[in-house]
Design a protein around this ligand. Sequence first.
Ligand code: HEM
Length: 249
Amino acid sequence: MSTAVDRFDNKARSAFGQIGQTEVYEGELLRHRVYTRFLHWMVALFFFLALFSGFGIYLPWLFRWFTPFFGGGPMARWMHPWFGLGFVIFFGLQALNWIKPMRWTAADTRWMRNLKSIVRGKEKMEPPETGFFNGGQKVQFWEIVSGCVVYVITGIILWIGAGLFGRWAVAVSYVLHDISALIMLGGIFIHIYLSTIGEPGTFHSMTRGAVSESWAWTFHPAWYKKVTGRDPRQAYEEALRKQSGAPSR
Ligand code: HEM
């Protein structure tokens, strides 16, 4: 199973690698290939299309003004499940692509226990054992995976309707579908904040595909060590010395 997934991902990565390219300059590291970036932005596009068309259906008295963008209320209602399907399919492909780096480890449990001091910004660098993704990113990833399962099950029930599934199934599906959307929306707000203003330099990773070495040793020190073979703390102190004009050792 895992080898079939690996073969599929490798094929897709090399096919997309021929369509677009990722330039990595001196002092930078490759973070996300073209295939990963393509999937990420397709996920984001379909997520927001599903969200905005869904809002018009969920709270029409408040969000009716969204529906003209989709050609009116009935058209938004018709398009919403297709946008949702697009979101789930692209995220499903991304989930296969990221299944390995998203595996939960003991370091992620420690990262979550340490969350308070990380949020308060007590440390300049993330804990030294933080790999390609940190515990918070993995929690969000698995939340989206579970959200997608809920969307598919409840979405099909809502799409086909009470005629086949009964009124109770439809009523319960409405509640679960909306709770799942609200949880995901909350997470996406935090995600957008952290990927842009919260952790400067992160946005590049999903546009150009590369990050600076200082970004890597600050936010993902174990990944930095793995790809460069250098010690992140030493690299950080060396950079500080260079900045202050002191001679390097
Ligand atoms: C305009 C909105 C968005 C921006 C600016 C954005 C930005 C980014 C960036 C820069 C990364 C790479 C982080 C890293 O390499 O460590 C990333 C990763 C990711 N994005 Fe987004 N993203 C957006 C919307 C979305 C949406 C709508 C979803 C899914 C519903 C999503 C799901 C993810 C996931 C699961 C990851 C990997 C884990 C993580 O970094 O949290 N993103 N995003």
